[in-house]
Design a protein around this ligand. Structure first.
Ligand SMILES: [Zn+2]
Length: 66
C-alpha cells in the first residue's frame, strides 16, 4: 500500500470522537495521523495502520499507477 504525507484515509475503527477520516502527517516505520474532526494526532505503526485502513479517500499520487 502506497501512503504519503497529506493522504486522507478512512479507517475501519472510528476515533473516539466518531470520525473515520484521518490525514497522514508523517510516514516511516511509524505513521503520525491526524483526526480530521477533532484534530487529535496520534502515532500508529505502519502495519497497524494498513490493517485499519478501509480505503484511501485522497492520495497525493493519484495519477501514478502503483
Ligand atoms: Zn477525533
Amino acid at each position: 500500500m502506497k501512503l504519503n504525507v497529506g493522504d486522507i484515509v478512512r479507517l475501519r475503527k472510528p476515533h473516539p470522537c466518531g470520525n473515520f477520516k484521518f490525514k497522514i502527517m508523517r510516514t516511516g516505520m511509524d505513521f503520525r495521523i491526524e483526526c480530521m474532526q477533532c484534530g487529535h494526532q496520534t502515532w500508529i505503526t505502519r502495519v497497524k495502520l494498513e490493517r485499519n485502513i478501509k480505503n484511501i479517500l485522497y492520495s497525493q499520487e493519484k495519477t501514478e499507477d502503483q
